[in-house]
Ligand binder design. Structure first.
Ligand SMILES: O=C(CO)COP(=O)(O)O
Length: 281
């Protein structure tokens, strides 16, 4: 796959090495963040097994790890998962408050139930449930106002990348978020190229870094350097326990949103440990 050329190179930012011995440069000052998106997978038995595997894992201090079970298993996971290591996220929330919205779960219900995070704008919801950029922007603003942290997902399709419209697509997705979100301190931005999701075709570290740097530059321009520097920009799309290390070394990759590999406890724990020197002391 061809790398798209950046129209403008990202500005050089206040990079610094966090370890004298390991040459990993951290571009943002934010805590490494790993999310596990279980999607509509699992059964009572497999969720119990996964929770046991996660509880047995060693998670480095100084990173945030969030797992996102299907709604129906959130209660079980909340009761049994070691929440000193793992936080919880829902995979979706309604655009507004409680009311006559059959089948939906609201941000207010999630905060009431003690769920601190929600994933919004996942490409599967955009493509399968018709969620537009504007809907995702409004959902994000509503969830933040209700007190949730939001993992906001964006990303281009293969056609969009190959036809040269990738940055335009990403700009439009970002513009819709910027139009609605006033406070970015509880937003984690997940770059998930659609062509990499569930395909086994992971973005190369260079491809991912190119887009993450572009998004950081976009945020610097639209939101200011202080916000851009603190914003976690995480990568999702076929992240595995074998490719995570190289991806995590990239300057602007502040963590991962993991699908398939988050269903295997040991693999997910390995991915969390790819934070390496990016874990805060
Ligand atoms: O969609 C994803 C996470 O939200 C990525 O899924 P995979 O890791 O299975 O490609």
């Amino acid at each position: 796959m061809q790398l798209c050329k950046l129209s403008q190179r990202p500005a050089v930012r206040g990079s610094r090495s966090r370890s004298a011995r390991v040459e990993v440069v951290c571009s943002s000052s934010a805590k490494f963040f790993v999310g596990g998106n279980w999607k509509a997978n699992g059964s009572t038995a497999s969720v119990a097994k996964l929770v046991d595997e996660l509880n047995a894992g060693t998670i480095p201090r100084g990173i945030d790890v969030v797992v996102s079970p299907p709604f129906i298993y959130i209660d079980y996971v909340m009761q049994h998962l070691d929440r000193a290591k793992y936080q919880l996220a829902a995979q979706n929330a309604w655009i507004g408050g409680n009311g006559a919205f059959t089948g939906e779960v609201t941000a207010e219900q999630l905060t009431d139930f003690g769920v601190p995070w929600v994933i919004l704008g996942h490409s599967e919801r955009r493509s399968l449930c018709g969620e537009s950029n504007e809907v995702v922007g409004k959902k994000t603003a509503h969830a933040l106002a209700a007190g949730l942290g939001v993992i906001a997902c964006i990303g281009e399709t293969l056609d969009q990348r190959n036809s040269g419209s990738m940055f335009k697509v990403l700009d439009a997705q970002m513009d819709a978020l910027v139009a609605e979100v006033k406070d970015w301190s509880k937003v984690v931005l997940a770059y998930e190229p659609v062509w990499a999701i569930g395909t086994g075709v992971v973005a190369t570290p260079e491809q991912a870094q190119e887009v993450h740097a572009y998004l950081r530059q976009y945020c610097t321009k639209k939101l200011g350097a202080a916000v851009a520097d603190k914003l976690r920009i995480i990568y999702g799309g076929s992240v595995s326990d074998t490719n995570c290390k190289d991806l995590s070394k990239q300057e602007d990759i502040d963590g991962f949103l993991v699908g398939g590999a988050s269903l295997k406890g040991p693999a997910f724990v390995t991915i969390c440990n790819a934070a390496g020197p990016k874990a805060q002391p």
